[in-house]
Design a protein around this ligand. Structure first.
Ligand code: ZN
Length: 105
């Protein structure tokens, strides 16, 4: 992995951050930026469809962020939904009761 790619990746991350804030960024300088992750073949990944992390979708580009550590607390899991109670649904209860009437067991 070459040093200039690493440097370019750092600038790419900064550019992505700026773009999220609505800053227009000239992306021309990133034309040569490759994913650069080590593939299973041992060669650097040459993909150029990079995410904000500076990696392609195969190599961590889709990561949703840290799973532990101080920054992990920012994203909280959604609260569980209310348990479903068929009794709250009169139409469904009517159908169930109609079925039970035919039940011979
Ligand atoms: Zn890659």
């Amino acid at each position: 992995m070459s040093g200039s790619q690493d440097e370019l990746r750092q600038r790419w991350k900064a550019a992505c951050k700026a773009m999220r804030k609505g800053v227009r960024v000239d992306l021309a300088e990133f034309a040569e930026l490759r994913c650069g992750a080590k593939t299973r073949a041992g060669t650097p990944c040459k993909r150029r469809d990079l995410f904000a992390s500076g990696r392609c979708r195969m190599h961590g580009g889709m990561s949703t962020g840290p799973k532990s550590g101080p920054r992990a607390k920012i994203v909280q899991p959604a609260p569980p939904e209310e348990p479903y109670n068929p009794a709250d649904n009169p139409e469904l209860m009517r159908l169930i009761n109609a079925q039970l009437e035919h039940c011979t067991l």
